[in-house]
Design a protein around this ligand. Structure first.
Ligand SMILES: Nc1ncnc2c1ncn2[C@@H]1O[C@H](COP(=O)(O)OP(=O)(O)O)[C@@H](O)[C@H]1O
Ligand SMILES: [Mg+2]
Length: 395
């Protein structure tokens, strides 16, 4: 099965992380924006001019201290520019009240920065509360957001941050940024504090959420691989927030504007092309599936008839929960597998896919779509075939 061919860049001529729902984001324009901190010899941001298209993810990358965070925080006036103009959807942010800005711009930072003494619900509800939403509207919204970021509302809404893993806290942080449904989301190194596997999942989830919501997302990172993976466009900054290059990941990789960009992107940029290819561009294999609660005997027969030896177990909502071998199926009915299944989101890169496959006894990985729905299985053969095709095209 080839999934969603209509979403590939080539066929639609537009960035791949967009292409799902209607654009709900707003355009952001920076014009000659300067930030000079008191006592600083040269400005942190010398003169930044930039248009961020509505509905896109733009990644700000560059070495530490080059002015990424300062540039980001000026967009919602957490830092006041020294001079210059910033427009969101054509409106000057200087003319907007703090309340108005909170409604229009969500903000997500590393670790989620949750208030430790507040429950998950209270943390997510901060902005809606400030905006005067009533209790019913808030609780409906919180549950909707928890669902969106992959946390079961029943289980998590009343927990405290300390009862959550780092990845779960970060998910709550994302939910909080989205709470008032702002057209613009600013993120500062959002996935810097979690382990690599969790980071990969959070990135995939962000892409999946973005396909649905199509906000304008501005995200700071110092990790070029993260920028390539998430960005529709990448802004590469040099000291003083000088623009070294602002373009799509493809162009940045294949035609770096200068030596600074070439160095920053790194020598292995042909290998990095694997970070540009997504799992949904690869032919998926259809494994036999079973639903929790089904008769084991029937499932066993189905698997054997298909000439297979393993089965993907789904929960009642079509989400894969495990991928046991036939010999591991015990009891009368299929039960929830105990082993944690590492799924691959369809937006994951082939680099991610290879990592996940290497740690699986199946030599493959289960692929999920929006809201964790089962799509199929990707295996080494499929990835190898895809790479060979790419190489043939390039020759
Ligand atoms: N509040 C501040 N006061 C003075 N200098 C600052 C302040 N915040 C940042 N800077 C300086 O401004 C420059 C850019 O910082 P920042 O925007 O945080 O960079 P980045 O996010 O790219 O690491 C750095 O030289 C930093 O030391
Ligand atoms: Mg920073």
């Amino acid at each position: 099965m080839t999934t969603a061919p209509d979403l590939t860049k080539d066929e639609q001529g537009e960035p791949s992380s967009t292409g799902g729902g209607e654009v709900s984001g707003a355009e952001i324009v920076l014009r000659d924006v300067v930030k000079q901190y008191p006592g600083q010899k040269t400005p942190a941001v010398q003169s930044l001019s930039l248009t961020i298209p509505a509905g896109e993810i733009v990644m700000f990358v560059g070495p530490s201290g080059c002015g990424k965070t300062t540039s980001l925080k000026m967009i919602n006036r957490l830092i006041e520019p020294t001079s210059g103009t910033i427009l969101i959807d054509g409106q000057d942010v200087k003319q907007q009240s703090q309340t108005e800005l909170r409604r229009r711009v969500g903000y997500v930072i590393q670790g989620g920065s949750l208030f430790p003494h507040m429950t998950v619900t209270k943390n997510i509800a901060i902005v809606p509360k400030l905006l005067g939403w009533d209790a019913d509207r808030i609780s409906t919204r919180v549950d909707e957001l928890l669902d969106l970021v992959g946390l079961d509302p029943e289980r998590y809404r009343d927990r405290y941050p300390r009862e959550l893993s780092g990845g779960q806290q970060q998910r709550v942080g994302v939910a909080r940024g989205l709470a008032a449904d702002p057209p613009v989301i600013l993120m500062d190194e959002p996935f810097g504090a979690v382990d690599p596997i969790t980071r990969q999942r959070l990135q995939d989830e962000l892409l999946s959420i973005q396909r649905e919501l199509r906000k304008t997302i501005v995200c700071v990172t110092h990790d070029i691989d993260e920028a390539i993976k998430l960005g529709d466009r990448i802004l590469i900054l040099q000291e003083g927030a000088q623009v070294a290059q602002y373009d799509t990941p493809e162009v940045v990789l294949s035609a770096p504007a200068n030596d600074f960009v070439a160095d920053f992107v790194g020598a292995g940029s042909s290998l990095k092309a694997l970070s540009l290819a997504r799992v949904n561009e690869v032919e998926l294999r259809q494994e036999v599936t079973a639903t929790i609660g089904e008769s084991t005997a029937e499932v066993r027969k189905r698997v054997e008839d298909a000439g297979s030896r393993s089965v993907v177990v789904l929960d009642g909502r079509g989400r894969p929960r495990g991928w046991p071998w036939l010999r591991q199926l015990k009891g009368e009915t299929i039960v929830e597998p105990t082993e944690d299944l590492v799924n691959l989101d369809q937006r994951a890169t082939l680099n991610d896919a290879l990592d996940t496959m290497l740690s699986s006894s199946h030599g493959g990985a289960v692929v999920t779509g929006d809201r964790d729905q089962y799509l199929g299985v990707v295996d080494f053969d499929a990835v190898t075939a895809y790479i060979r095709n790419l190489e043939a095209e390039h020759e």
